[in-house]
Design a protein around this ligand. Sequence first.
Ligand SMILES: Nc1ncnc2c1ncn2[C@@H]1O[C@H](COP(=O)(O)OP(=O)(O)OP(=O)(O)O)[C@@H](O)[C@H]1O
Length: 251
Amino acid sequence: MDKIVIEHLTLTYSDGTESLKDVSLNIKANTITVLFGPAGGGKSSLLRVLNRLNDLADVTVLKGKALINGQDILSPDIDVNDLRRRVGMVFSRPAALPLSIYENVAYGLVMAGMKNRKKLDEAVEQALRQSVLWDEVKDRLNDPGSALSGGQQQRMCLARVLALQPEIILLDEPTSALDPLATAKIEELLRELKEKFTIVIAPHNTQQSARISDMAAFFLQGELVEYAPAETIFTVPKDKRTQDYITGRFG
Ligand SMILES: Nc1ncnc2c1ncn2[C@@H]1O[C@H](COP(=O)(O)OP(=O)(O)OP(=O)(O)O)[C@@H](O)[C@H]1O
């Protein structure tokens, strides 16, 4: 069974912007799927549907289906907090909370009611190891999260998501504020993390899309133009619009 199934998804904001137009795509577990294309294509809107962050926006039309493990996540009966634990999100600017490194990582668990210090310690360590930050911060877990470099803060935010043991990780331009070295670290990390998680990412440029994706989906003004394995779409795209975009003719 596919991990994520999107069928005929249409999303219109109250100002009339059709940000997703009849989009269908299936995503397999333990893959990195990239959503790419010019600004305003609908990439962020699709990511936000996957953990129901779109609930916070002024949406007038939401039609079609979005299933995770076969479960309808758009259903009003869904427990949104539980969904957001299972489907974690990392944003473009590292959202370090004004707390210590430890508290930044433990945040979601504490919010979920975990009080046992030993369990918290273990979860924080495991998450920091998974985000390959542990060795850099293990001796200063009580320092403010904001004292870390941008790249470290982004891995700390990833650790906050990982601590909740999600199934799916969504990332919206996670390296747009990072230098090339910090970017390379995150990309390497994502390749490792896909062994355990399903990753959907809207990278901030096409080069990154080509480097990290297993599958890639090209979005243009709300339309899913082409969805194919990375080695196909970035070398022999079928659609002229995809080709024009990746060869730099627009965007
Ligand atoms: N909350 C909102 N209210 C109204 N319109 C919105 C809202 N969020 C996004 N849009 C519009 O929906 C369209 C798709 O935007 P979206 O952010 O999903 O695209 P994107 O491909 O992720 O682009 P970007 O790279 O700029 O984030 C755009 O025209 C955008 O202006």
